[in-house]
Design a protein around this ligand. Structure first.
Ligand code: AMP
Length: 399
């Protein structure tokens, strides 16, 4: 990728940005946060690793983007890549056109917290940079290769045919990046079967065969699957009616509870942050210990389940804030998977430096890797390739 690409990830009150060029060390990145409030500010890293902190009281998305883009214009980005959580049934990154924007809007009922925020960012950058090519890169796209038996729910068919109720999967850019990178380092680029565990505040697992996602733990929304910071992951669907009937809660309150008050936070009643829980557990907090145990057991169970999508397993890859940094969680998770022949190199696991990639198995059984994710890099790469393809089509038409 020789182009300089600006990557934008708009949330409801924040904007993550990164200016990605050839060398990862040259990356400029940061976060505009608390947008719409008096505490709105931009925090980031500029050229040469210098810290940037800028108060922009009461700035909204458009105003924050104006400030950001003003500062970054000197670097002449050649395109903008937007992270978009839900692309419905779109199977790949797309140049933003009125039709694609319409499809992102149409997918809003499936990602009501995310897609509207992305659209605000897209509309603002289109107003500010009308001449720059802009691309949407979808979290869901990588999983569009899942077979129907992995993406269909066992509910009446009309819910799928008339209302798009199916499993979509998320964290696609991360699973795609780490599986490609891991298989490359292992000398079998995009060959064979890999299991990936993206473990951050949101967590998901994925099974990848010959470079294609064949199953993943998240479903129609990012609530399904493994235990997360504040999300429950899988529960018995009858929990909803049980709580409604016995506690009198409405569906919105139940939904909020499952998304924002469950997971590690709900189990521990202490924190959604794994580091805090490990420290509390070491100090004797039994709820924190149980939360960690449930997290690792359910994670291993998810990986074992996903293995049904693979004819054989080359290896397992850990990524995300927890996966990259916690040797303890990696060890505990692998300890629940002995029947796959995983054999952790405990010393290698414990001594792997933060932020570095490395192999941590004892060279028997399937490989185990830690690969720091690079969602921004992957979004930039996909953006550059969509723009190049569009330019080639344009040249061919003119020739
Ligand atoms: P992310 O959403 O990918 O930024 O990951 C955030 C999660 O990573 C939080 O739960 C953090 O507590 C966790 N995390 C970061 N560093 C560590 C660490 N050294 N040990 C355990 N968890 C960590």
């Amino acid at each position: 990728m020789s182009k300089t690409i600006l990557v934008i990830n708009c949330g409801s009150s924040s904007i993550k940005y990164a200016l990605v060029s050839e060398r990862r060390e040259d990356r400029i990145y940061g976060l505009a946060e608390n947008l719409g409030s008096e505490h709105a500010r931009i925090k980031g890293i500029t050229v040469g690793g210098e810290a940037l902190e800028l108060n922009i009281p009461h700035a909204d998305h458009q105003q924050a983007l104006e400030v950001l883009l003003g500062r970054l214009a000197n670097y002449h980005p050649e395109a903008i890549g937007h992270r978009v959580v839900h692309g419905g049934t779109l199977t790949k990154a797309e140049l933003l056109t009125p039709e694609i924007i319409q499809q992102i809007k149409a997918a809003t009922p499936l990602a009501p917290l995310h897609n509207p925020a992305h659209l605000v960012g897209i509309e603002a950058t289109m107003r500010l940079f009308p001449d720059l090519p802009q691309v949407a890169v979808f979290d869901t796209a990588f999983h569009q290769t899942m077979p129907a038996h992995a993406y269909r729910y066992a509910v009446p068919k009309f819910l799928y045919t008339e209302h798009n109720v199916r499993r979509y999967g998320f964290h696609g850019t991360s699973h795609a990046y780490v599986s490609e990178r891991g298989s490359e380092l292992a000398g079998s680029f995009k060959q064979g079967g890999w299991l990936t565990a993206h473990l951050g505040n949101g967590s998901s697992t994925c099974a990848i065969w010959n470079g294609h996602s064949v199953d993943t733990s998240m479903g129609m929304t990012p609530l399904e699957g493994v235990v997360m910071g504040t999300r429950s992951g899988d529960v018995d669907p009858s929990l909803h009616s049980f709580i409604a009937n016995n506690l009198g809660w409405d569906i919105y309150k139940i939904d909020r509870m499952l998304n924002s008050q469950s997971g590690l936070l709900g189990l521990s009643e202490l924190s959604n942050d794994m580091r805090t829980l490990i420290e509390a557990s070491e100090a004797g907090n039994e709820d924190a210990t149980l939360a960690i145990e449930v997290f690792c057991y359910r994670l291993a169970k998810s990986l074992a389940g996903l293995s049904c999508g693979l004819a054989s397993i080359n290896g397992l890859i850990f990524t995300g804030g927890i996966g990259e940094n916690s040797a303890y969680i990696r060890e505990k998770t692998v300890s629940y998977l002995p029947h796959f022949g995983f054999n952790l190199d405990k010393n290698g696991n414990n001594t792997l430096k933060r932020g570095t990639e490395g192999r941590i198995d004892a060279s028997t059984g399937p490989q185990i890797w830690v690969i720091p994710t690079d969602e921004e890099g992957r979004i930039a790469q996909e953006t550059a390739s969509v723009v190049e393809q569009a330019q080639q089509v344009q040249h061919t038409k003119m020739a």
